[in-house]
Design a binder for this molecule. Structure first.
Ligand code: SAM
Length: 331
């Protein structure tokens, strides 16, 4: 059985990138009159406590959502290393972005903050980060934007997280609009495509705990685009020194281009990926230094939204001179 539990990571910098992007996508896609089917292949528990045992143990939210909203933390943005730049890539340097204390949040980050305020009324009224206690996973974010005609299908394979997810969703009292199943998200996706009203957004957000997840994401997305070419497909991936991780965005780019579909790739780096040695001489792993969101068939509004939000994420979440972002698109 898997050992990955998202509760350890809830609200970290990867969640900030992922969930800000997800909110921008959901906001746009639910504006139309036609029903939208949202499929979350790797849903997690749905809702997390930032003051719970898991999050306190890892403290990852401190380097993510807490740091983002801590007013004092507004260093200048740094450029990404030149080697990651390409023709259509906007970088933190290209955006010339350095934010100052008190600067208004970019609209996408403002929407993210508003959603967190909605779940944390005491935080909303006081602005005190000590009252930021509930963190929404992707299922809760998606659900917030649905209207009566839309459907949300959630898949989670870990029995404990599946149980938590089922309980968390049941509390919403939304009936059959949201379904939860303890099934393999990679396997079941094909059975829902194409969706009845021919509008769908798929979030594929595995833990990449198993090396084969990288290949499964690429295969699953390739198959999905063949079955339903106009869906919006969203993949989160870690940026770590591992060949499979490096190849995944390249594979997604190739499959989108071959299918004649547009794509967007946004990455956020907060620190160096190098191992360090502490005072006692012990080698320390840096933790996740960076991650990316790859979107096939992105809405035309997404690039501008992220162009405004990413420099602020870098400025607020960046931990060393390696911090930066890229925003690449094609098709
Ligand atoms: N999407 C969630 C969010 O943003 O709040 C976080 C998901 S977490 C990164 C990945 C989840 O996928 C874990 O809870 C893990 O148990 C689950 N999982 C792993 N393999 C799976 C599979 N093949 N199908 C469905 N769920 C899986």
């Amino acid at each position: 059985m898997f050992s990955y539990r998202h509760a350890f990571h809830a609200g970290n910098h990867a969640d900030v990138l992922k969930h800000t992007t997800l909110i921008a996508l959901m906001k746009y896609l639910t504006q139309k009159d036609t029903a939208l089917t949202v499929i979350d292949t790797h849903a997690g528990a749905g809702l997390y406590r930032l003051d719970g045992d898991y999050t306190e143990t890892s403290g990852e939210a401190q380097e993510g959502v807490f740091r983002l909203f801590s007013a004092s933390n507004v260093p200048a943005a740094h450029a990404v290393p030149a080697s990651t730049a390409s023709k259509k890539v906007a970088t933190s340097k290209a955006a010339g972005a350095a934010i100052t204390a008190g600067e208004a949040l970019a609209p996408a980050l403002q929407d993210y903050a508003d959603l967190l305020r909605g779940l944390n009324p005491q935080f909303a009224t006081s602005g005190d980060l000590a009252h930021l206690k509930i963190y929404p996973g992707s299922p809760f974010i998606e659900q917030q934007f649905l209207s009566g005609r839309d459907k949300l299908k959630l898949f989670e394979l870990h029995p404990t997280d599946f149980k938590s997810l089922t309980g968390n969703i049941a509390q919403l009292g939304v009936g059959r609009q949201v379904t939860v199943a303890c099934e393999d998200g990679f396997e079941v996706l094909k059975t829902f495509l194409p969706p009845p009203a021919r509008r769908a957004m798929v979030l594929c957000d595995p833990s990449y705990e198993i090396k084969s997840d990288y290949a499964r994401v690429a295969a699953c997305m390739g198959d999905a685009v063949k079955r339903f070419a106009t869906g919006t497909y969203v993949v989160w991936y870690p940026i770590i020194p591992r060949p499979e991780a490096h190849d995944l965005p390249r594979k997604l780019k190739t499959l989108a281009t071959k299918a004649g579909r547009s794509w967007l790739n946004a990455t956020l780096t907060v620190k160096s990926s190098k191992l360090t040695t502490d005072e006692a001489g012990d080698v320390k792993r840096p933790g996740l230094p960076a991650s990316g969101m790859f979107v096939i068939n992105p809405p035309h509004t997404l690039k501008a939204e992220l162009q405004a939000a990413l420099p602020q994420m870098v400025a607020r979440l960046g931990q060393d001179r390696n911090a930066g972002f890229t925003l690449d698109h094609g098709g």
